[in-house]
Design a protein around this ligand. Structure first.
Ligand code: UDP
Length: 327
């Protein structure tokens, strides 16, 4: 039996693929290669294409004995989602709709879906629990929430079981040194601060230092990408064993400010990381911290590597070895 990983050539998807390979799972990858990189896919057959291509999807399900789908394929730039919202509905909502239709036609009834903390918008309390108010402040989060709802109804009517994982701030790289974070454009704090440490950019901007937090900069919950990969494998096994559908926060519950993250990059790299205070980034909540209690209780997941210095060190090692990313 084979696992289909949609979006398996991207940052998080490629780390999940690496974990599946380590567990000797059969897998195939579908990726549009808009954000994915061929070199990041360490095994399994790679199909290059789009979720909205029904013929391609049917071919993949006809040619492989697909048991379950891990679905990370999505457009995920928050800023772009506000200027081009319809693209996000097409890629994230319509693409998943197509995937579910084809899964149904082929009697595949298990899916692990990547969602996001952005479904909550401005949290009503900290730490955030799964049942808290969902009021996305951007189209990206809105489209992920729309898919969550679609999965709910698809289960009721068609019996498609799901595990939804709402990612907080994913960071770090695989210990094998072969894969890591490589976005273009890069918008995330840790890789940008590392670029500053490598002298590839002049400085790192701190988006706001007047938030009501311990040092005035935003607080986020950072989680190691391999802890994220572990959660996907547990979710898969949960579904395989007949476990019930569930929605889980995927964060470490550990909180760090932007300034603390930048300081960790200085410490790990031993390099100066010049910083500048910039205006707040529109749409950024001051504090986002997960309660990971539910996934710990129900899937027995534990964050093993989500210590700030360890995350930054693994990211630093990868970026230093691949200063141009995957080339
Ligand atoms: N951030 C920052 N400077 C940057 C990029 C990000 O100060 O150049 C801040 C951002 O405002 C947020 C945190 O770092 O509070 C994490 O941002 P990132 O884009 O990495 O992830 P997000 O929280 O948006 O998913």
């Amino acid at each position: 039996m084979t696992i289909l990983v949609c979006g398996g050539a991207g940052y998080i998807g490629s780390h999940i693929v690496a974990s599946l390979i380590e567990r000797h799972e059969e897998l195939v990858v579908l990726d549009s290669m808009v954000a994915g990189r061929e070199k990041a896919v360490l095994g399994g057959k790679l199909y290059h294409g789009d979720l909205n291509d029904r013929e391609l999807l049917n071919g993949i399900f006809n040619d492989n004995n697909i048991e379950a789908v891990i679905h990370l394929a999505a457009s995920s730039l928050v800023g772009e989602s506000m200027t081009n919202p319809l693209k996000y509905y097409r890629n994230n909502v319509e693409g998943t709709l197509r995937l579910l239709e084809v899964m149904r036609e082929h009697d595949v009834d298990q899916i692990v879906f990547s969602s996001t903390a952005a479904v909550y918008g401005d949290p009503e309390r900290i730490p955030i629990r799964e049942d808290d108010r969902k009021m996305p402040r951007n189209t990206y989060g809105e489209t992920k929430l729309a898919v969550e709802r679609m999965l709910h109804w698809a289960e009721l009517a068609h019996g498609i079981k799901h595990v939804i994982l709402r990612y907080f701030n994913v960071a770090g790289a695989h210990d094998n040194g072969l894969i890591g974070e490589n976005h273009d454009p890069e918008t995330h704090l840790i890789p940008l601060a590392i670029q500053a440490a490598l002298g590839q950019r002049e400085n790192i901007s701190i988006y706001g230092d007047d938030y009501p937090t311990r040092d005035g900069s935003c607080i986020r919950d950072y989680i190691h990408v391999m802890d994220v990969a572990d959660a996907h494998l547990l979710a898969l096994n949960h579904l395989r064993c007949g476990g019930k559908s569930g929605v889980y926060n995927l964060g470490s519950g550990e909180d760090f400010t932007v300034k603390e993250v930048i300081e960790a990059v200085r410490k790990v790299s031993g390099k100066p990381v010049p910083e500048r205070i910039a205006p707040r980034r529109p749409g950024d909540p001051a504090v986002l911290i997960a309660s990971p209690d539910l996934i710990m209780a129900e899937l027995k997941w534990r964050p093993k590597r989500s210590n700030l210095e360890r995350m930054v060190a693994s990211a630093w090692d990868w970026h230093r070895a691949h200063p141009q990313g995957f080339v």
